[in-house]
Design a protein around this ligand. Structure first.
Ligand code: ATP
Ligand code: MG
Length: 571
C-alpha cells in the first residue's frame, strides 16, 4: 500500500478522552475513530490489524475441527424467553421492538440462536460432535464503556459452540478448544495466562479465561508461586477460617460508643485502640433492584461477583453514597448489621469473629462487642471477599501473587442448561431422545488488538507483534527528488508485495522526521530507509521496531533479510 493513497490520519496530540495507552495510540495512529460512546469505526489500519487476528483465529478454529457460520445480529425476544435469559440478562441486553410490537434484541452472545439451529438441524448421535463458530459484531450496552476497543459496546467477537452426546465427549471438545486458544494467543505474540474463571451470565459449570498480562487490565488474576493454580479473583476460593471457639454466654453485651466524624474503618479502629481487622465493614449494594448489605472484616474488600453468585442475582452494583439516605434512610459511614432491616450477606470470616465493632446505624455512633450470630443473623454466609497475597493457595497452601490482566478469551462448559430449557435433543444409538451437552468459547477479537498494544508499546508508539501487525514492513523513501532512490524504493516495494508480504511504502512528500515518527507510532515491526546513504554507497538501513537494532546492508541483500526476519516471526 502506498502511504500517499492510504487513509491514515495520524496525530501528534494525545486525545484527552483516552485514559489507557492502547486507546491513545489507536486514535493517534489513525486506527479507529469514535462514532458514539463505545462504538468505533475501524479505519484501514485498524481493520487490517483486526483481520490479522481474525485470520489466526479462523485458521486455528478450522484446524480444531470447528465450522464457520454467520448468525444474525438481531435476535427474537422469544428465544430469550425460552432460555429464561430475557429477564435474567439485565440492562447490557439492548432490547427493542419492531413495527408489530414484537420483542427483539441485539446479540451480546448467541447461545439461544445456536441452540435453535441445533434442535432443528441436528437429530442423530451420528451427526455429533459439532462445533460451530462465527466472527461477528456483538452489542452489549456496557454500563461503563471505556478504554476504546478494550470495553466497547459494539465489538468483534469470535464465538464458538460445541454440541456433544455426553459429558465425556463435551470435555474433549472443551480440551480441543483450550488447546486451540493456547495456539491462537501464542501465534498473536501475546504474553498470557489461562485461569479458572466465574461463568457469569452465560451460565454453566466450569470455565477458563485467557488473560493478557498488562497493568491496565480490568481483571485481577491470582497465581500460585508454588503450583500451577491460577484463577480470576472473582472465582478464587478462600478456605473457611477456623470457627470461633469462644463461649457465646461468656461474651460481653453490646455497647454503644460515640465516634463523631469517624466514617472510615481505620479512624474508628485508631480511636477505639483496636486494629482494622476487629471492625466489620458494612457495604450496601443494589442486587437487581433490592438493596442488600455485605459484611466483611474491616481490612478486607467485598468481591462483588462472589456476592452476586451467593445471592443468585443477575447484577450487583455498589449503592452510590449519595443514594444511601434516599434508598434506606441510613447514615453513610455508620452502617451496621444490628437491627438492620435489609438482606445481610456476611463473609465467612466475619462469622468466625468472637466480637466485632460495627456501625450503629446512627450518625456518629458505633457498637462494640457485637457478636455475629448472637446480635445479628445474616440471610447468607459464605466467601464474598477478595482474595489477597496474604491468603494461601487453595490447592497447595503456597504463596499467592496478584497480577492485572485483560480477558481476551473465555471458554465455558455449559452442560445441558440451554438444551434443556430450549428442548434441544438428538437420538442416541438406542433411539432415546437426549439433550445436547454444550460448550461455548469466546474471543474478543477487537480487544486482542488493544491488549496487544497495552503489552507492546514505548514512548514513541505501538510495537506490534509481527503476526498481527497491519504491515510487516514500512519502506521510507527519503529522496523523492532523487530518481535512483525512488526507483530502488519502488522496486523493493513491488518485489516484497509480489512475494505476498504486507508492505507500506511511505512515498509521501514529508520531512524525514515525520516519516520516522509515523512509522514508530503505527508500530510496523521492520523499517527500511532508503535515502542519502543509498545515493552514496548503495546501502539501505533496516531497523527493528521492537529492539531498536539497526543494520545497514547492500540494497541487493534487503529482500532476503526481510523475508528471513518476517518468516521467523510468524509462527
Ligand atoms: P468482561 O468480564 O470483560 O465484561 P465477559 O466475561 O462479559 O467479559 P464473555 O461473555 O466471556 O465476556 O465474552 C467473550 C469475550 O469477548 C471476552 O473474553 C472478551 O475478550 C470479549 N469482550 C467481552 N465484552 C467486551 C467488550 N465490552 N468489549 C470488547 N470485548 C469484549
Ligand atoms: Mg462483560
Amino acid at each position: 500500500m502506498r502511504y500517499s493513497q492510504l487513509l491514515l490520519p495520524t496525530t501528534k496530540e494525545t486525545p484527552a478522552e483516552a485514559e489507557v495507552v492502547s486507546h491513545q495510540l489507536l486514535l493517534r495512529g489513525g486506527f479507529i475513530r469514535k462514532l458514539t460512546s463505545g462504538v468505533y469505526t475501524y479505519l484501514p489500519l485498524g481493520f487490517m490489524a483486526i483481520q490479522k487476528v481474525t485470520e489466526i483465529v479462523r485458521e486455528e478454529m478450522n484446524r480444531a475441527g470447528a465450522q464457520e457460520i454467520l448468525m444474525p445480529m438481531v435476535q427474537p425476544g422469544d428465544l430469550w424467553q425460552e432460555s429464561g435469559r430475557w429477564k435474567k440478562y439485565g440492562p447490557e441486553l439492548l432490547r427493542f421492538q419492531d413495527r408489530h410490537s414484537r420483542d427483539y434484541c441485539l446479540g451480546p452472545t448467541h447461545e439461544e440462536v445456536i441452540t435453535d439451529i441445533a434442535r432443528k438441524e441436528l437429530h442423530s448421535y451420528r451427526q455429533l460432535p459439532v462445533n460451530l463458530y462465527q466472527i461477528q459484531t456483538k452489542f452489549r450496552d456496557e454500563i461503563r464503556p471505556r478504554f476504546g476497543l478494550m470495553r466497547g459496546r459494539e465489538f468483534i467477537m469470535k464465538d464458538a459452540y460445541s454440541f456433544d452426546a455426553d459429558d465425556a465427549a463435551s470435555e474433549l471438545s472443551y480440551e480441543r478448544m483450550r488447546e486451540a486458544y493456547y495456539k491462537i494467543f501464542e501465534r498473536c505474540g501475546l504474553d498470557f495466562r489461562a485461569v479458572e474463571a466465574d461463568s457469569g451470565s452465560i451460565g454453566g459449570s466450569f470455565s477458563h479465561e485467557f488473560m493478557v498480562l498488562a497493568k491496565t487490565g480490568e481483571d485481577t488474576l491470582v497465581t500460585c508461586t508454588a503450583c500451577s493454580y491460577a484463577a480470576n479473583v472473582e472465582k478464587a476460593a478462600i478456605a473457611p477460617p477456623e470457627a470461633c471457639c469462644a463461649d457465646i454466654d461468656t461474651l460481653p453485651a453490646m455497647e454503644t460508643v460515640d465516634t463523631p466524624g469517624m466514617k472510615k474503618v481505620e479512624r474508628v479502629a485508631d480511636f477505639l485502640g483496636v486494629s482494622s481487622c476487629d471492625v466489620v465493614k458494612t457495604m450496601l449494594y443494589i442486587a437487581d433492584d433490592q438493596v442488600v448489605a455485605a459484611l466483611v472484616r474491616g481490612d478486607r474488600e467485598v468481591q462483588s461477583v462472589k456476592l452476586k453468585n451467593i445471592l443468585g442475582v443477575a447484577d450487583v452494583e455498589p449503592l452510590p453514597e449519595e443514594d444511601v439516605w434516599k434508598r434506606v434512610q441510613l447514615p453513610v459511614g455508620y452502617l451496621g448489621p444490628v437491627k438492620m432491616d435489609l438482606t445481610i450477606v456476611a463473609d465467612q470470616e466475619v462469622m468466625a469473629m468472637a466480637t466485632c465493632i460495627t456501625g450503629a446505624n446512627v450518625k456518629g455512633t458505633h457498637v462494640k462487642n457485637v457478636v455475629p450470630g448472637r446480635d445479628f443473623t445474616p440471610a447468607h454466609v459464605g466467601d464474598i471477599r477478595q482474595i489477597t497475597e496474604e491468603d494461601s493457595c487453595p490447592v497447595c497452601r503456597g504463596t499467592l501473587q496478584l497480577t492485572e490482566g485483560i480477558e481476551v478469551g473465555h471458554i465455558f462448559k455449559l452442560g445441558t442448561g440451554y438444551s434443556e430449557a430450549m428442548e434441544a435433543t438428538y437420538q442416541d444409538s438406542e433411539g432415546n431422545e437426549k439433550h445436547f451437552v454444550m460448550g461455548c468459547y469466546g474471543i474478543g477479537v477487537s480487544r486482542v488488538v488493544a491488549a496487544a498494544i497495552e503489552q507492546n508499546h514505548d514512548e514513541n508508539g505501538i510495537i506490534f507483534p509481527m503476526p498481527i501487525a497491519p504491515f510487516q514492513v514500512v519502506i521510507l523513501n527519503l529522496g523523492l527528488k532523487d530518481d535512483a532512490i525512488c526507483e530502488a524504493a519502488e522496486k523493493l516495494y513491488l518485489e516484497l508485495q509480489a512475494k505476498g508480504y504486507d508492505v507500506l511504502y511511505d512515498d509521501r512528500d514529508e520531512r524525514p522526521g515525520s516519516k520516522f515518527k509515523d512509522a514508530d507510532l503505527i508500530g510496523i515491526p521492520l523499517r527500511v530507509t532508503i535515502g542519502k546513504t543509498y545515493a552514496k554507497s548503495g546501502d539501505v538501513e533496516i531497523r527493528h521496531r521492537q529492539t531498536g537494532e539497526t543494520v545497514t546492508m547492500a540494497y541487493a541483500e534487503t529482500v532476503a533479510y526481510l523475508e528471513k526476519n518476517i518468516d521467523q516471526a510468524l509462527v
